[in-house]
Write a protein that binds this ligand. Structure first.
Ligand SMILES: Nc1nc2c(ncn2[C@@H]2O[C@H](COP(=O)(O)OP(=O)(O)O)[C@@H](O)[C@H]2O)c(=O)[nH]1
Ligand SMILES: [Mg+2]
Length: 288
C-alpha cells in the first residue's frame, strides 16, 4: 500500500490554516470516532497552537460506543475538551456552542477587562478530509442563520456565521493533510473512506479489513455473509464472501474484486456493525 500526499499541497494547506488561525478564539478539531488517532493531523498541536481546542469525535454512530467513551476520557485526561457527535444523525450537536463558549470565556473576560467592545467568540472547524467538517458546519448553522459580513476575514468569500445566537463560526473549514507515513494509520484511513480511492489499492485494503474483521469480530462476518467457516487468508476470505454472495465470473471463478468492493462499502455504511479501529490509548493524542 503506497499512499501519497503532495508536499506542495501540504505547505499551502498549512499556510491557509495558520492565517485563519489568527482570527479565531477556539479551534474545533474534528476527528473520525472510528479512528481518533489515525484521523489526526500529525502537526495538529503545532497548528492548533495555544488556542483553546474542542476535540469532536464525529461519526460516532459508526463507532464502538464503549471505545468512544474511553477515547473521550483519554482526550480529557490529556487536557482537551472533548465531545462525541454524529453530524449525520444530529446527535450531540446541541452541546457544541456551549462548549465553545466555555472554552472562549477566559479570552472574552480578558477582552472585557481591557475595556474592549464585547463580541461573540469566533471559532473555526479543522480536520483532515472526509471527517465530516462540512456536514458539521451545515448542521451547526442550520437554516436561516445570519451571516455577519462586517468581520475580518483573510480569504475573500470567507464568512462568519452566528451560531446559536452566541458564537461566530467561520463558514469554511480548515483542511489538514492526513497521516500517511504511518502505514497502519494509512490503512485505517483508507478502510474508513477518509482518503480517495485513486491513491490506494482498494483490493489490498479490503483484504486486510476482512482479515481484521475475521480476527476481531468473526461473528459479524459469519452472520452478514452467511459463512460457517472463516478462512484465515485475505484472498480466501474474499473468495468465501464472493461465493456466498454469488459473485461469479465466467468459468465459475469468484469475482473477488466485487467482494472487496462489497466489504469496504458495507463496512463504511456500518452494515457490519460499529467499530473503532484505533484502540483507545494509541499514540498521537498528547496535548500540546
Ligand atoms: N455516518 C455518518 N456520516 C457522516 C457524518 N458526518 C459526515 N458524514 C459523511 O461523511 C462524508 C464526508 O463528509 P464531509 O462533511 O464532506 O467531510 P469533510 O471533507 O470533512 O468536509 C459525507 O458522505 C458525509 O455524509 C456522521 O456523523 N455520520
Ligand atoms: Mg468539506
Amino acid at each position: 500500500m503506497d499512499i501519497q500526499w503532495y508536499p506542495g499541497h501540504m505547505a499551502k494547506t498549512r499556510r491557509l490554516v495558520l492565517e485563519n488561525m489568527k482570527l479565531v478564539d477556539v479551534v474545533i478539531e474534528v476527528l473520525d470516532a472510528r479512528i481518533p488517532s489515525s484521523s489526526r493531523n500529525p502537526e495538529i498541536n503545532k497548528i492548533g497552537g495555544q488556542k483553546p481546542r474542542l476535540v469532536v469525535l464525529n461519526k460516532s454512530g459508526l463507532a464502538d460506543p464503549e471505545k468512544t467513551r474511553l477515547w473521550l476520557d483519554l482526550f480529557r485526561a490529556s487536557g482537551f475538551c472533548a465531545a462525541a457527535v454524529d453530524a449525520l444523525q444530529g446527535r450531540g450537536m446541541r452541546e457544541i456552542p456551549a462548549l465553545v463558549r466555555e472554552l472562549a470565556a477566559p479570552k472574552m473576560a480578558e477582552l472585557a477587562s481591557s475595556g474592549r467592545r464585547s463580541r461573540a467568540p469566533r471559532c473555526m472547524v479543522l480536520g483532515i478530509p472526509n471527517v465530516g467538517k462540512s456536514l458539521l458546519i451545515n448542521k451547526l448553522v442550520g437554516r436561516g442563520a445570519a451571516r455577519t459580513g462586517d468581520k475580518p476575514g483573510v480569504t475573500r468569500g470567507r464568512q462568519w456565521i452566528r451560531v446559536a445566537g452566541s458564537i461566530d463560526l467561520m463558514d469554511t473549514p480548515g483542511i489538514l493533510w492526513p497521516k500517511l507515513e504511518d502505514r497502519e494509520a494509512a490503512f485505517r484511513l483508507a478502510a474508513t473512506g477518509a482518503i480517495k480511492e485513486e491513491v490506494y489499492d482498494f483490493y489490498a485494503v479490503a483484504g486486510k479489513l476482512a482479515r481484521w474483521l475475521a480476527e476481531n469480530r468473526p461473528e459479524a462476518l459469519r452472520e452478514r455473509y452467511k459463512l460457517d467457516l472463516l478462512p484465515s487468508g485475505q484472498e480466501e476470505l474474499l473468495e468465501a464472501i464472493g461465493a456466498a454472495r454469488g459473485y461469479y465470473l465466467s468459468g465459475g471463478v469468484v469475482d473477488t474484486t466485487k467482494s472487496a468492493r462489497t466489504v469496504l462499502k458495507e463496512f463504511r455504511e456500518g452494515r457490519l456493525g460499529r467499530y473503532t479501529l484505533d484502540e483507545p490509548g494509541s499514540p498521537g493524542i498528547a496535548s500540546s
